[in-house]
Design a protein around this ligand. Sequence first.
Ligand code: SF4
Length: 324
Amino acid sequence: MNRSFPRPTILVSSCLGFAPCRYDGGQLYSGIVDMLTGHVNCIDVCPEMEAGFGVPRSSIRLCMDHEKMEVWQPAQLRTVTRELQQAVDSLQTFFEKCDGAILKGKSPSCGLFDVKIYREIENPQFLRRSSGVFGKAVLKAMAGKAVEDEQRLSNLVLREHFFIKLYTWARFRSIAEQGKMGDLISFHAAHKLLFLACSQSRFWQCGRIVANHGKLPSNEVYQLYTEQMGETLKRPARRQAMVNTLYHAHGWVSQHLAPRERAYIVNTIEEYRDERIPLQAVTRLIEAQAIRFDRGYLLNQVLFRPYPPELADLSDSGKGREVQ
Ligand code: SF4
């Protein structure tokens, strides 16, 4: 089945293959960014360059100063909190047009979840991990969108979910620009199985918004749907929920199958449940039956091709399994 895909726009840390802007004048290679460049529009930004810190520059770190977080440049014995925050504020104009972001992990500017925070400016003792200055702003402004650091994307589950969110938001953005209710109804119908697998209760809430019993204007309906969809996609689908969804999809073709064919698909779903085969092995099998019996409802479901198949890569570092 051929499905056309939108071209998402993502925000990327410049040092991940775009510019030698690291403190030491280096730049990094990111396989995931490299793989995505042919499929997405990238907006690369470096908050520290934007702040005028230059290259090479002394490194910075995040320190608590009483209750306040400060950005400290030890070699210069100065705080640069205001300069970095101003740069971050100036980059916010990009957030709205982006469907996701891939930022450099552990960076005091770009890091999302794992940036070291030190106890005091004068006392460089590790306190806890948190977000960097830019990472925090991205997480807040792009809540629910596809936002990850490049290291966590080496984990198969997180990467698949990142792609699912990225392409779902890109599809949604393309219809939200027009704001037509008919498009939203079609969008919701096509994402039914995908959203059901992510969160059954959220899917029904999205449905109530689309039904629009309160006769709200379409821009308000879209706004409510945006918020609810962000919640729906917050976490990857749990395996049990996905298994239930696969059985639901199987129900649309099973009555046409011979007992041995039915048993084969059931067995394949159970292999997926036992983590012996990837999800695509099952969805392709059910999709093949949908094509065979011309089940338009199933063929229209995004679950079967949520993102371009060329992006499917089954390698898994196993790292970062704890989803934020
Ligand atoms: S991590 Fe962010 S601030 Fe640091 S060099 Fe890369 S893009 Fe610039």
